[in-house]
Design a binder for this molecule. Structure first.
Ligand code: HEC
Length: 161
């Protein structure tokens, strides 16, 4: 277009006018992208606030979990596992993570299972739970995020329960 413009300014002007709708469409698209980036950023901020207030005390400020988290304590309970890539949070589909957070691990381990993991139903809204899980996921390296997304997709094809 620049070459054409240099040879014939008239054409350049017409071209610019013709591309106005394209420019407007691009701007609308950009505005849309900016909005969804904003809402993702807002969700992650909210998720981090929820994590710091509710989860960090057990799962660690850096998602590192409690020491020896794979060894049951003398009382038979497990310490809090890490939520970073060294744990197994990323081995679970979204729905399982959501239900564990909302209803507790008893949902999967059986009603009599003794655990320190609280059920957040009534304490956190579903949106808060989604936000905190989104924030946890955002801390994983890309490979773990990709793997968890595959596990999630597979579980949607063949529901776990
Ligand atoms: C009082 C300590 C405590 C707090 C607070 C806590 N957890 Fe846990 N959490 C645990 C323990 C202990 C486990 C291991 C459960 C078991 O098998 O007994 C666990 C397990 C989990 C799991 C399952 C992980 C896996 O790999 O299977 C998820 C998900 C989870 N917690 C999310 C959260 C979120 C999100 C918060 C904050 C909203 C939170 N937890 C707050 C103690 C806690």
């Amino acid at each position: 277009m620049n070459l054409a413009q240099r040879r014939s300014p008239g054409h350049g002007y017409t071209d610019a006018r013709c591309s106005l709708p394209v420019v407007l469409a691009c701007l609308a698209l950009l505005a849309g992208c900016a909005r969804s980036d904003d809402s993702t950023a807002a969700m992650l901020l909210r998720g981090k606030a929820v994590y710091d207030a509710q989860c960090a005390v057990c799962h660690g400020a850096k998602l590192e979990g409690q020491p020896d988290w794979q060894q049951r304590r003398a009382d038979g309970r497990l310490p809090a596992p890490p939520h970073d890539e060294t744990g197994h949070t990323w081995h679970h589909p979204d729905q399982v993570l959501f239900e564990i957070t909302k209803h507790g691990v008893q949902r999967f381990a059986g009603a009599g299972y003794q655990s320190d993991m609280p059920a957040y139903e009534g304490r956190l809204s579903d949106d808060d739970i989604r936000a905190v899980l989104a924030w946890i996921k955002s801390r994983w390296p890309e490979a773990a995020q990709r793997r968890q997304a595959q596990i999630d997709m597979a579980s949607r094809r063949t529901p776990e329960r």
